[in-house]
Design a protein around this ligand. Structure first.
Ligand code: SAH
Ligand code: SF4
Length: 352
């Protein structure tokens, strides 16, 4: 039976121990429960087989352990990747993506049920703001997919590149990271931001930091303001300065994400300008060919393969390390928000 008590997965670790302490007395029991949650990711008290039955019943009376419910899975792409649509308790819908990649597997998580940042090339931005996800809702996406595919934790990478702006949900993000760190090293986790400077500065202060990815997407301030209006609040030059002061860890570099839009930001000169913009940063570029969608402006097109190659070559010749998100799995991840977008568009007929 469910009750309306708190979802234990929503409590940051110190609060969880305190909450459990009101019902569970021996400290080793608290540790056992934490292990069932944080290491095994169980979603029922009954699964905690080494906890006495009466204690499980008492816990279930006061608290919940729940995850978002899967309502749709895409059929796996050629490379095995799959997108998941989840529903939350309040009916909000979010997406996550499973991406097997040889001896590693990545799971792409959503951090908000929408996004107020409003980038013009992004389906999540098109549908507008959505509330912050709780730690339980982020961990639930992770554990559900990890369980379904039985992925060993040591093979796991996590990327916060789904719906929403993780640095605008900072506190819950940090609580979620703290749990993920139980199983996954910080260098295996990446947080992608549209450039929320105060959030980047906060992230810099954490004792254990995930990798940082920053969506730059344009080689100059004018064009970035056009497609990423947040640039008016956090100017491009100041954003680059915040990346320069970001503490770099051994063997790590910042990922500069760059969505390639045909005829807009994909020329030879744009690549030269981008190389110049990020000069002096310990960074690599991840070029993401634009993913077309009926909800996005019709002029926005994915560049032809030849232009993508030329753009990448120019960056390389200017001393920049580049990867291109070409595999199917990577592309469906870049298209996060599009599955829910289809749903919303079906339910809400377009006007005009
Ligand atoms: N809000 C964060 C993380 C989620 S978006 C951020 O903006 O970084 C994750 C990535 O998807 C970003 O790099 C974004 O630029 C990219 N993206 C969004 N819409 C896209 C589209 N239609 N095609 C390709 N990439 C897209
Ligand atoms: Fe939000 Fe990122 Fe989409 Fe921009 S690209 S609207 S920040 S989710």
């Amino acid at each position: 039976m469910t009750n309306d008590g708190a979802n234990l997965y929503d409590l940051p670790q110190p609060r969880l121990a305190r909450a459990l302490g009101t019902i569970v007395s021996p400290p080793f029991r608290v540790k056992q429960i934490e292990e069932w949650m944080y290491v095994h990711g169980v979603d029922s008290f009954d699964a905690m087989t080494n906890i006495p039955k009466e204690l499980r019943a008492a816990l279930a009376e006061h608290y919940r352990l729940d995850f978002p419910q899967v309502i749709e899975r895409t059929t796996p792409a050629a490379d095995g990747s799959q997108k998941y649509l989840f529903t939350l308790r309040d009916g909000n819908r979010i997406e996550a993506v499973y991406m097997p990649m040889g001896d590693r597997t990545s799971i792409c998580l959503s951090s908000q049920a929408g996004c107020a940042v409003g980038c013009t090339f992004c389906v999540t931005g098109f549908f507008g703001a959505g509330r912050n996800l709780t730690p339980g809702e982020m961990l639930g996406q992770f554990f559900t997919i990890q369980h379904e595919h039985n992925v060993p934790m040591e093979m796991m990478n996590v990327v916060f590149m789904g719906m929403g702006e993780p640095l605008l949900n900072f506190e819950n993000l940090v609580a979620t990271l703290d749990v993920l760190y139980r199983n996954i090293a910080p260098k295996r986790i990446t947080v992608s931001t549209s450039g929320i400077i105060p959030g980047i500065d906060e992230l810099a202060k954490l004792p254990r930091r995930p990798n940082l990815a920053v969506s730059i997407n344009a080689p100059d301030r004018r064009r970035r303001e056009e497609i990423m209006p947040i640039t008016k609040k956090y100017p491009l030059e100041e954003l680059i300065a915040s990346l320069k002061r970001y503490p770099s860890e051994k063997g790590r570099e910042i990922t500069i994400e760059y969505v390639l839009l045909a005829g807009y930001n994909d020329s030879h000169l744009d690549a030269v300008a981008l190389a110049k913009l990020i000069h002096g940063l310990r960074a690599k570029v991840n070029a993401i060919p634009f993913n077309e969608d009926p909800n996005l402006p019709p002029w926005m097109k994915r560049p032809k393969e030849g232009s993508i190659d030329r753009f990448v070559d120019t960056l390389v010749r200017n001393g920049v390390a580049v990867t291109v998100r070409r595999s199917k799995g990577r592309e469906i991840a870049a298209a996060c928000g599009q599955l829910r977008g289809k749903e919303v568009a079906r339910r809400r007929p377009k006007t005009g």
